[in-house]
Design a binder for this molecule. Sequence first.
Ligand code: NDP
Length: 332
Amino acid sequence: MRWGLIGASNIAANHMIGAIRGAGGDIRSVLSASPERAESYAAAHGVPRGTADLETLLAEDDLDAVYISTTNEKHFAQAMAAIAAGKHVLCEKPLAMTVADAVTMVRAADEAGLVFATNHHLRNAGSHIAIRDAVQAGRIGEVLSVRVFHAVQLPAALQGWRIDNAGAGGGVIPDIVVHDADTVRFHLGEDPAEVVAMAGSSGMGRGVEDSVMSVWTMPSGAMVQAHESFTHAHAGTGIEIHATEGSIFAKGVMTQRPIGDVVLRSEAGEEALPFADHNLYARGLRLFVDAVRGEGRPAADGVDGVKSLAVAAAVAEAARTGRRTAVDYGGV
Ligand code: NDP
């Protein structure tokens, strides 16, 4: 498959260029807002063409798909242009700045018969697949509650627009809550209904929140407690799922790497759940390519991206108003 990169980003450089090439993809061009940066990024990553003009990139008739990893406020217009040009789209999270825009993107791709996927990496992790399989097989019974620990130290290299630019989609809610919402939906197979939340700055965010705690209700009656932050250097990450017949404790699994420990505790004692250690982004890319070939579906499709954004938007609204807030999925 022939690819265009929309966005000369860190995530493309550190994870996605390798994943695309690992799946046999040929990256033909890269877009940056700056012509010089487009050229230097293209040269640094062995990409034949760099351009600052989206229409030029999309007019190249040899592209099958684009990977969008610009700052969040640009995703909507760039995805709509790519869809209009007949390209399959793998888009970074959050899909857009509003749920309505995300719904418009996903519906446009659907109507054009194009594959549209959201780059939620966590549901590709062997650890999360093992957890989901245990939950869905009924190994711990009826789920009562979930606790998500995703308070990390934002690396210095990422302390740019994320910590001070609301207009670019900065803040920990659009950055991390979307991943946790997607992961909880993946494990429980249901969508959060209502949320309450508090958010604030704990020293890093300027004009945007760097920390948030929220509680979500699920249609089954289960409750979810989530904590996301940019300022917790030593907290470690994890997810716990507590149910009528057992509990799952997964440590160090809210991460980009195939690491961590997953333990199932029940009457029978404690059992470590084994899991595969493949690259998360490579698996997501492979499933996207398969979907373009007409086989299966992406790991996280467009509707999954709309729903994770809808939960994050509800958390932001609940934190802002102090009110219990229903999640509005925009009709998807
Ligand atoms: P970056 O800050 O690396 O890139 C975003 C934009 O900033 C780029 O498109 C680029 O603009 C500009 N930029 C980047 N580096 C430089 C530089 N050195 N000088 C000037 N401009 C620069 O963002 P991330 O890679 O961290 O995130 C991009 C998107 O990917 C976001 O939507 C984010 O939410 C998502 N993401 C997803 C992850 C996942 O695991 N799914 C993980 C990390 C991010 P231009 O293209 O115009 O040159």
